[in-house]
Structures are given as structure tokens and as C-alpha cells.
Design a protein around this ligand. Structure first.
Ligand code: ZN
Length: 474
């Protein structure tokens, strides 16, 4: 059972409504690819009263727009609908069942990134919260009302097959919870190539379409390694089934993200090479299953420490510590260009300056270096008996016992100091709680501690800044 599924089960068990059969919500989704829209019809069983349905975001980022929303009773009698800021409210719904329908238009033929949706005559790529008008799982938890049992049936253009992370019973898809339903990625096309594998008890599927400068087998090996090495370092893959969807996106745009707890979208430009940067991205997105999926924390950990772990595990797989060094020095070069690097901590940055390119965000660039420096401090303090992975495993086990999956920065500090002692406490004070400048010499010393190899900074600071758009949505 996924963490979200477990959370829902606990809510169900404690809500006092568990004896009542849950409502059911069936969707019928027809995909009109040539005309870039979906036609969605739904039937919801419900008690009498107002029914509140969350709408996909109206902003352009999601890539879709709802049109012509209308609701009726089960026999077709019209019901009054109010549009509020982010929801449709069906008023005075009768007990029993109601129906609603809408048209969903796509702004983009090709998704503008892994967190957006696009549809054209060849394929659909979508994040599900931009497709469905549906009860909000968060609201459902707050009110203690069980989320309806969801069934989804897609009618696809001739020859297309659906790639989804939901359980399937024949042509029907069965999301396992409200979160599983709204926080997922789906895709469909005639030409997805599917590869399957297993790491421990978890299975995974890699769905690839389009051509890039690398083979499917290279990507499949990379994904398998990222999962296996993540599991070795941090414990079993946190989701029973993981899906990776890799499609060719727009030229000049590269994007990866974890949606919900178990679906990873990788949209790369058509000529992309699977070299250090994209391999590192793939490890990074995969490790979000642990940090961002199984565990929520301050952004510098979720993004920056994850970036460090991704770089280290990738370099370990390649058996070349220079890969880790190159990625760390690239982050250092970017960090050196961030104007607020000695005036804001990473945590205050994420409070005060949301948005912005990843290259100028301390939570990514300094966060990665903080991961390296803390790892080295713990290894020095314990003569190599412990490292930052031990802290991570401890934090993951704390998060596993919590509905919020969240660990606080103070808990992170306590565990780091408990395992790494005074040297780790000093490093934490300098780079996490403080704003001391991080130098190339410190990075070189930490790299030597972690890898055992001498890895001096590159002779010139000509490394181009790394431009990524990997917006996780845990
Ligand atoms: Zn990320």
C-alpha cells in the first residue's frame, strides 16, 4: 500500500463513516486528438445537498481549460451550478446520483513541460489534476468524508494505448485513492514502447516514445540503476509500482518531475543526449520517490540534498568520482552567481523568493553543496562508519509514521548532529543555519573525504550554468 493509500485507510477507519458504502464516481473520457480536446462525462453517487468539485487550475501553466460545465440529476433534469474561484458547486443535488459533463480544451499540442498537459494528433501527455473536475482529496480528508471510489474509462483514437499508473480492470482504470487519482501522470499514443522491471517488491514501467540521441536500452538501464541504487542507500522503493513516461518535448526545453508518489515524467528535447546532465536528472527525479514522495522536508533537502545524492549515486554507478566532482563544481559555479548567497539562508530564500530559475536558487545549488559538506563532515567525524545516508534513512523512518510525511528542519538537524557529532553540528551552523561563503577548497576537501580521490576545482570557471526545469510536485 502506498503512503497515500495508508493515509486514506487511516482516515477511513477513524472517520466514523467507514460503515457506509463510499460514493462512486465514474468518468467517461473521449479523446479527440485532431481537435485537441477531451469530452468528459461523469456520474457521482452522493447524499443530498451541495456537491463541491475542484476545477483544474485556470492558469496557463497546466495547459488545459474547462468549457461548458453542466450538471443534471440522474434522469437528465438540469441542476444549478455556481462557479467559485477554484471549484464548481452543484447546488441542491438530490440524494442518489448526479451527472456532470464538460469539454476540456488543450492550450498546447505538445506539453510545455513534465508538469503540464498537451494533446495533438499523435499523443496525449497529461498530469491528471489538469484533466479532471473532481472532489478535492484534501477537502475530503479535512471533512472526514471518504473519497469516492473512482473509475475511469478512456475512449482513445484508433490504435492508441494508454500509459497510466492506475490499477486496471479491463478497459477501466481504478485509481487507488483520491490522491492517486489527482496526482498522477497519464499518456497515450500509438507508439509507446514499454519496458518493465522490478527492484525488490516494487515493479516499474518505463514508457518511451519519440527519438532522441540515445537508445531506449540506455534509458532503461539508467532508470533501473537509479531505482536499485536509491533502494540500496535509502531502503525499499516507497511505492509498489512506479511509472516513468519519457516523451520528446519542445526544443530548448527539458523537464522532469515526480507527480504524486509514483509517477515520473521526463520530457526531453528531440536531440537530447543522455549524458551527465540528463542522467543526473533521471537519478534526481527517481530519488524524489524517497525525498518529496515518502518524506516531505525543507526544499533545500528535497531539491538540494536530493541533487547531491543523485550525483553521488550516479558517479558510483559509473565508477568515476569525476562525475560527482563535475556536478558539484557546476553547482558551485552557479552558487557563486547567486547574489543573495551570503545574505539569505536556504530556508529563508524558499520563504521569501518563490519562483525563479533553478540556477539562481540556493535551495538547489547551495543545497547540493550542503549535502556534500554534511556528508563529508559525518564521514570525518565517524571515520567513515556513518554518512549522510544514515541521516536520510532515519528521517525517512520518522516520516513513515506521520500522515503529513513531514520532518522539520530542527529534526533534520538533531539527527545530523546525533550521527555526525560536533563536526556535523559546525557544518550545519555554517551552511544550513548560516550564510557563510562556501569555497572551492571546502568542496575539494569534501569530495576527497567522500570519494577518496583528489578532485581539484576545474582550472577555469567556464562551466556553463545548468538550466533545468524539474518542478517536483510531491
Ligand atoms: Zn527536484
Amino acid at each position: 500500500m502506498s503512503v497515500a493509500g495508508l493515509a486514506l485507510a487511516i482516515v477511513l477507519a477513524t472517520s466514523g463513516r467507514a460503515q457506509e458504502p463510499p460514493d462512486t464516481l465514474m468518468y467517461h473520457v473521449a479523446v479527440y486528438s485532431a481537435d485537441r480536446h477531451l469530452s468528459v462525462e461523469a456520474r457521482l453517487t452522493t447524499a443530498a445537498g451541495s456537491v463541491v468539485l475542484a476545477a483544474p487550475a485556470r492558469s496557463g501553466a497546466a495547459g488545459t481549460a474547462v468549457a461548458g460545465f453542466a450538471a443534471t440529476d440522474d434522469r437528465g433534469g438540469p441542476l444549478s451550478v455556481q462557479r467559485t474561484g477554484s471549484a464548481y458547486v452543484i447546488e441542491r443535488a438530490p440524494a442518489g446520483a448526479i451527472r456532470f459533463r464538460y469539454r476540456l480544451d488543450f492550450n498546447d499540442s505538445v506539453s510545455s513541460g513534465s508538469t503540464a498537459s498537451g494533446l495533438d494528433s499523435a499523443r496525449l501527455y497529461a498530469v491528471t489534476r489538469s484533466l479532471f473536475v473532481a472532489p478535492d482529496p484534501v477537502l475530503s480528508r479535512k471533512t472526514g468524508r471518504p473519497y469516492p471510489v473512482i473509475r475511469v474509462r478512456f475512449v482513445l483514437p484508433e490504435g492508441w494505448r494508454l500509459v497510466a499508473n492506475w490499477d486496471s480492470a479491463g478497459p477501466e482504470l481504478r485509481p487507488r485513492s483520491g490522491d492517486d487519482f489527482t496526482d498522477a501522470t497519464i499518456a497515450a499514443a500509438a507508439d509507446y514502447r514499454l519496458y518493465r522491471g522490478r527492484v525488490g517488491d516494487a515493479t516499474y514501467t518505463l514508457a518511451v516514445r519519440g527519438q532522441r540521441g540515445f537508445s531506449d536500452s540506455a534509458l532503461a538501464e539508467l532508470v533501473g540503476q537509479a531505482l536499485a541504487r536509491g533502494a540500496e542507500a535509502f531502503g525499499p522503493v516507497p511505492a509498489p509500482r512506479v511509472i516513468f513516461i519519457s516523451d520528446a518535448g519542445r526544443k530548448g526545453r527539458t523537464s522532469g518531475s515526480l507527480q504524486g508518489l509514483s509517477s515520473i515524467g521526463l520530457l526531453w528535447e528531440p536531440g537530447e543526449l543522455l549524458e551527465r546532465s540528463r542522467s543526473h536528472d533521471t537519478f534526481h527525479e527517481t530519488l524524489h520517490l524517497w525525498f518529496g514522495g515518502a518524506m516531505e522536508a525543507e526544499r533545500w533537502w528535497t531539491e538540494g540534498a536530493t541533487d547531491y545524492f543523485a550525483a553521488r549515486l550516479y558517479a558510483e554507478w559509473r565508477n568515476d568520482p569525476r562525475e560527482l566532482a563535475a556536478l558539484c563544481y557546476e553547482s558551485l559555479a552557479n552558487y557563486g552567481r547567486i547574489p543573495h548567497r551570503t545574505s539569505l539562508t536556504m530556508t529563508s530564500e524558499s520563504r521569501e523568493r518563490p519562483g525563479g530559475d533553478n540556477t539562481v536558487r540556493l535551495v538547489y545549488r547551495k543545497g547540493m553543496l550542503a549535502g556534500l559538506l554534511l556528508d563529508a563532515a559525518i564521514r570525518r567525524a565517524t571515520r567513515g562508519r556513518s554518512n549522510l545516508d544514515d541521516v536520510a534513512r532515519r528521517l525517512l523512518s520518522m516520516a513513515a509514521g506521520r500522515l503529513s510525511r513531514r520532518v522539520t528542519e530542527e529534526e533534520m538537524r538533531e539527527e545530523t548532529v546525533r550521527i555526525g557529532g560536533r563536526p556535523a553540528a559546525d557544518e550545519w551552523a555554517r551552511v544550513v543555519a548560516g550564510t557563510s561563503l562556501i569555497s572551492a577548497a571546502q568542496v575539494a576537501a569534501a569530495l576527497q573525504t567522500v570519494t577518496g580521490a583528489e578532485l581539484p576545482p576545474p582550472a577555469s570557471d567556464k562551466a556553463r550554468p545548468k538550466i533545468l526545469s524539474n518542478t517536483p510536485n510531491p
